[in-house]
Design a binder for this molecule. Structure first.
Ligand code: NAP
Ligand code: HSE
Length: 424
């Protein structure tokens, strides 16, 4: 009886879960594909580490997988840029299709990797690289290929949403919540990628590229993470009825695109406001689809493995390059400056408690045509003036904040967070 033999690059949190789930679902997979799917080998750095792997499965010899003609498809779940990029190019040159969970690699080198896939007539699939178990890549690449999505807003990093949830609802410290996210296998090998927004930046670059049919690279995505977020702003926002979430957004306006990652305030009735723990959610908007929201587990070994296996089976179940590989309609679009984005803003000024201060803050905002919707003053050791603005140009809000920062009564750098509104 024939069988499909696959290789794994990596046997860590995700790789070992792929191996285990393939074993547990062997009967169902055989029913779907018509033949057994067998893992022929898994690449690791240190095979002596204790882990649940059958004898002979683990190897440190990449060439053993690359040069095995019986292996038709390889799942890359090892992460990193090099040697991973070289390995994928060599695998495709050897005629093997590749499935990858590596958002940083795809967001940086996607163009080169897809060109190689096309040249070699093999497939490169990457569902697991964005939002783990949520099939958002398939939805954008297949279901909505010509639908015209013009805006994406999402919580696309499980670790930071887990940390924020724990800090707000359980009162955990930032450090304790991050440690727990690492223990649960949510965080990247280097968790600064999660907390600085770099992981989310790579993911929104991938989603923007496939939604708008243009190459958006991760280094173009301005990202602000939760590492600089002050819990006091989360509390002030909560008092005003808002949740603070790390939001990745991308939009196309005419022939311009932009993508960014930033902590944002969400009104309590915003669909992303209720996303808790390591769950992710992505809101897609377009004139015909209006609003489609996908929500589910955004990190974790088993959750991510489901997406890797879905891609493996899709490769096995299609031949040649399949229609998904044809991206000839990619084009160059100009970049929309972030200063031109418009939304309401949350502003927090830490100031001296003196007469006339509020008037000067209002004056600085008025000078930039920023209109105030709500003002709250919190008094404690210092005074916090918290302002919600009406919809305003981001560049004007930041200019007004800079002007206030330069006034003698300002005690610390002003905080300016966009408020995500559903109708944007
Ligand atoms: P992990 O637990 O650190 O596992 C990485 C595996 O790759 C380990 O088995 C490691 O070998 C192997 N490896 C790394 N560098 C290697 C090299 N140069 N040569 C040979 N083997 C190497 O990582 P993970 O959490 O499974 O994540 C893997 C990938 O999936 C990353 O791209 C990550 O961004 C992505 N991802 C992860 C999640 C998640 O929730 N964890 C979700 C979505 C996507 P050793 O065991 O010998 O060190
Ligand atoms: N570290 C990532 C996260 C894993 O927390 O979202 C999923 O890509």
């Amino acid at each position: 009886m024939s069988e499909t033999r696959i290789g794994l690059l990596g046997f860590g949190t995700v790789g070992s879960a792929v191996h285990r789930l393939l074993g547990e679902s062997a009967e169902a997979i055989e029913r779907v594909t018509g033949e057994p799917v067998v893992v022929a080998g898994a690449l690791v750095r240190d095979p002596s580490r204790r882990r649940p792997a059958p004898d002979g499965l683990l190897t440190t010899d990449f060439a053993r997988l690359r040069d095995d003609p019986s292996i038709s498809v390889v799942a890359e779940v090892m992460g990193g840029i090099e040697p991973t990029r070289t390995y994928l190019l060599e695998l495709m040159a050897a005629g093997k299709s590749v499935v990858s969970a590596n958002k940083q690699l795809l967001a940086r080198h996607g163009e080169e990797l897809f060109a190689e896939a096309e040249r070699r007539g093999v497939q490169l699939r990457f569902e697991a690289s964005v939002c783990a178990a949520i099939p958002v890549v398939k939805v954008l690449r297949e279901s909505m290929i010509v639908t015209g999505v013009h805006r994406i807003d999402g919580i696309v990093n499980g670790t930071t949403n887990f940390i924020l949830t724990r800090m707000v609802s359980a009162g955990d410290t930032y450090a304790a919540a991050l440690h727990e996210a690492q223990e649960l296998g949510y965080a990247e090998a280097d968790p600064t990628e999660d907390v600085t927004g770099a992981d989310a930046a790579a993911k929104i670059a991938i989603l923007a590229s496939i939604a708008f049919h243009t190459r958006v690279r991760t280094d173009e995505v301005e990202h602000v993470g939760i590492d600089g977020l002050d819990l006091v702003d989360v509390r002030h926002a909560s008092a005003l009825g808002y949740q603070v979430k790390l939001i990745a957004s991308a939009m196309q306006v005419g022939d311009a695109v932009c993508a960014r990652v930033h902590p944002c305030l969400l009104d309590a009735d915003h669909p992303l406001a209720s996303v808790q723990g390591a769950f992710n959610a992505v809101m897609l908007r377009g004139s015909s689809i209006r609003e489609v929201i996908l929500e589910g587990p955004g990190a974790g070994g088993e959750e991510t493995a489901t997406a890797v296996i879905g891609d493996l089976l899709a490769v096995i179940g299609t031949s040649g390059t399949g229609f998904l590989q044809h991206d000839g309609y990619y084009r160059e679009l100009r970049r929309l400056p972030l200063d031109e984005l418009r939304s309401p803003f949350y502003l927090r000024f830490e100031v001296d408690d003196e007469p006339g201060v509020l008037a000067q803050v209002a004056q600085a905002l008025a000078a930039e045509s920023v209109s105030v919707a709500q003002v709250v003053q919190h008094s404690g050791r210092g005074v916090h003036i918290v302002i919600l603005t009406h919809t305003a140009r981001e560049g004007s809000v930041r200019a007004a904040a800079r002007a206030v920062a330069g006034l003698g009564f300002s005690r610390s750098a002003p905080v300016a967070l966009p408020v995500l509104v559903r109708s944007a």
